[in-house]
Ligand binder design. Structure first.
Ligand code: 3HC
Length: 324
C-alpha cells in the first residue's frame, strides 16, 4: 500500500469510527479504530481481566474454612465464576490484537495493574460477606454501564459477567445478614468487616475525576459512560439503605443525606493509601503476585499438555483430509 492509500484509508476509517461512536453503535474487531482507542481498551480490558484472576485469591483462601458444606459449594462456584470472567475478558482483549500470553506476562512482570481492592486480606468469614456485598456490589455498579461500552466484544462479555456478579452480591449480603442477626460477637464481626472494606470498596471506582487522566477521553469514546465520582456517588446512595436493612453502619461520620443535591454526602477517602496500594505497597500486593507466579509455574504442564493435544488433533485432522 502506498503512503497516499494508507492516509486515505485512515481518513475513511476515522470518519466511519466517528460515525459509529456518534450513533451509539458498536465498534467491532474488524473495524478501523484509532490506535489510542485500541490502546486504552487493551489497557482497561486486560487490567479488568487481571483483577478477576487475582480477585480469586482472597476468597479462595476461605473455601476450606467456610462454615458449612453449602457455604463451601457456593463460595467455590463464585471463585470459579471469577476465573470465567477473566477468560471472557482476556478473549475480548485479544480481539484488539495483543495475544493473551503477552497480557499475562505483563501481569507476571508486575507491569500491569489490577484492582486495588484485591490487595486487602480477608481476615474473617464476615470478610467474605463484605467482599460479596461491597466489592461485588461496587463491581456491578461500575460494570453495568460497561455493558453499553462502544467496543462490541467488551460490552457483550460484560452482560454475562454482570448477571453472575448479581448472584455474588446476593451471597455476600446473605452472609452479612445472617451474621448481623446472629450472636453479638457475630454481629460485631460483620461490622468490623464492613468497617475494613467500605473505604477500599469506594476506591475501586478509581481516583477522583480531577485526578483521572483517562476518564474524559474514555467517556468521549463511550467506553466509560459515567465518571469515577458519579459511579462512586451512585454506589454510596445505593448502599446506605442496604446497610440500614442489615442493622449495621458505614464507618463515615460525614455520611449524611443532602436534600439539595438529592444524594448522600460522604467523607474524603484516603487517597494517599489508594495510590500507595496501586504502586504495590498495599498489605497483600507481594503475596498476591507471588501466588499468581507460583500458580502460573505450577500450571505449565497443563498448558504444555493442551498445546500438545491441539497439535496432535490438528495433525490427525490434516492426515484425514489428505487421506480423503
Ligand atoms: N485499582 C488499581 N488501579 C486503578 C484503580 C483501582 N481501583 N482505579 C484506577 N486505577 C488506575 C487506572 O488503571 C489507571 O492506570 P494506568 O494509567 O496505569 O492504566 C490510573 O489508575 C488512572 O485511573 P483512571 O480513572 O484515569 O483510569 P480509567 O479511566 O481506566 O478508570 C476504572 C479506572 C474505573 C477502574 C476503569 O478502568 C474501569 O471501569 N475498569 C473496568 C472495571 C474493572 O477493571 N474493575 C476492577 C475490579 S474487577 C472486579 O471487581 C471483580 C469482581 O469479581 C469483584
Amino acid at each position: 500500500m502506498t503512503d497516499q492509500e494508507a492516509t486515505q484509508q485512515e481518513t475513511t476509517g476515522q470518519e466511519y469510527f466517528d460515525h459509529l461512536i456518534e450513533q451509539d453503535s458498536r465498534v467491532e474487531p474488524r473495524d478501523w479504530m484509532p490506535e489510542a482507542y485500541r490502546k486504552t481498551l487493551t489497557r482497561q480490558v486486560s487490567q479488568h481481566a487481571h483483577s478477576e484472576i487475582i480477585g480469586m485469591q482472597p476468597e479462595a483462601n476461605w473455601i476450606t474454612r467456610a462454615p458449612s458444606l453449602k457455604r463451601k459449594a457456593i463460595l467455590m462456584a463464585k471463585v470459579q465464576d471469577e476465573a470465567g470472567h477473566g477468560l471472557y475478558l482476556y478473549s475480548a482483549a485479544e480481539t484488539l490484537g495483543t495475544p493473551r500470553d503477552v497480557l499475562n506476562q505483563q501481569l507476571l512482570d508486575g507491569k500491569a495493574k489490577y484492582s486495588s481492592i484485591f490487595n486487602y486480606p480477608a481476615r474473617t468469614w464476615a470478610d467474605i460477606g463484605a467482599i460479596g456485598w461491597l466489592v461485588d456490589g461496587a463491581a456491578i455498579c461500575n460494570q453495568v454501564p460497561l455493558c453499553r461500552a462502544s467496543y462490541g466484544p467488551y460490552g457483550r462479555a460484560m452482560v454475562r459477567i454482570c448477571k453472575e456478579e448479581s448472584f455474588h452480591q446476593r451471597q455476600g449480603w446473605e452472609i452479612l445478614y445472617e451474621l448481623s442477626n446472629g450472636t453479638p460477637e457475630q454481629k460485631q464481626m460483620a461490622q468490623d468487616a464492613v468497617n475494613r472494606f467500605y473505604g477500599p470498596a469506594l476506591q475501586m471506582f478509581g481516583p477522583p475525576d480531577a485526578d483521572s487522566p483517562h476518564s474524559q477521553q474514555s467517556m468521549d469514546w463511550k467506553i466509560k459512560r459515567f465518571s469515577n465520582d458519579d459511579l462512586r456517588q451512585r454506589f454510596v446512595d445505593m448502599i446506605v439503605p442496604q446497610v440500614e436493612a442489615l442493622g449495621l453502619t458505614l464507618p463515615d461520620p460525614d455520611l449524611k443525606w443532602n436534600e439539595d443535591r438529592g444524594h448522600y454526602d460522604y467523607g474524603e477517602l484516603d487517597w494517599e493509601e489508594f495510590f500507595a496500594v496501586i504502586k504495590g505497597q498495599g498489605p497483600c500486593n507481594r503475596q498476591r503476585m507471588q501466588r499468581r507466579r507460583e500458580a502460573h509455574r505450577e500450571g505449565a504442564w497443563v498448558r504444555e499438555a493442551a498445546a500438545a493435544y491441539a497439535e496432535k488433533t490438528s495433525q490427525t485432522a490434516a492426515s484425514a483430509l489428505i487421506g480423503a
